[in-house]
Design a protein around this ligand. Structure first.
Ligand SMILES: CC(C)(COP(=O)(O)OP(=O)(O)OC[C@H]1O[C@@H](n2cnc3c(N)ncnc32)[C@H](O)[C@@H]1OP(=O)(O)O)[C@@H](O)C(=O)NCCC(=O)NCCS
Length: 180
């Protein structure tokens, strides 16, 4: 995984097992999981399994979520970018899902937008991706706003039956397609 992107304030690089503490701090925060099924991690082993899954995506599909770090401090901020989805999700198979997740202490600084814009552009221009989708809880206003700012268009709402944890809130999931 050769990816290395520098933005004005951030660095984007492959995730590695060395990121386990940052990933656990992020995913054990109930606020972070408010729109992700309300099941924050309780053990660092879950973060290790998550990173191992991302590494398997790098191996099998040459893609997977990327780590975001703050320039200067090198602090772990979260992840951004693509996940290859075999699916089916909302009747779609073999497509690229685009998303982001940041530690709460870094919210509200424009970091999700900045890292998202750069990684989206990398996938389109350098990797030639075309069929890019995003999905988020219907009530996740910040996430929906960012997708729309980056050129995603609302397609429909659906019930994410394949992931009951996501549906724990009883809410629908919104489905977006990148259509600048
Ligand atoms: C969603 C998340 C990535 C946003 O990160 P962030 O760095 O704070 O986002 P940014 O600062 O780049 O942008 C947030 C934008 O949403 C807007 N916003 C914030 N809350 C909002 C809300 N409730 N409704 C609508 N817009 C909202 C902000 O004003 C900002 O827009 P602007 O720059 O045009 O003013 C972060 O809150 C997070 O990691 N949440 C938990 C994980 C998650 O829900 N991920 C997405 C799931 S698919």
């Amino acid at each position: 995984m050769e990816i290395f992107i520098e933005t004005e304030r951030l660095i984007i690089r492959p995730l590695s097992m060395a990121d386990e503490q940052g990933m656990f701090e992020m995913d054990s925060d109930p606020e972070v999981h408010k729109f992700l099924g309300k099941k924050p991690y309780t053990s660092i082993e879950q973060s290790r399994e998550n990173i191992a899954y991302v590494l398997s995506q790098y191996r099998d599909y040459s893609i997977g979520r990327w780590a975001v770090l703050e320039k200067g401090t090198n602090d772990f901020v979260g992840w951004t970018g693509y996940k290859f989805m075999e699916g089916p999700v909302n009747a779609h198979t073999n497509y690229y899902d685009f998303g982001y997740r940041l530690m709460r202490k870094f919210w509200g600084k424009g970091y999700a937008t900045e890292s998202g814009r750069a990684s989206l552009q990398y996938g389109i221009e350098k990797l030639g991706y075309k069929d890019i989708y995003g999905m988020t809880d219907i009530n996740n206003g910040a996430s929906r706003h960012i997708l729309e700012k980056l050129g995603f268009r609302f397609i429909e709402n659906f019930a994410y039956d394949a992931r009951p944890d996501w549906r724990a809130t009883g809410e629908l999931t919104t489905w977006y397609k990148w259509m600048p």
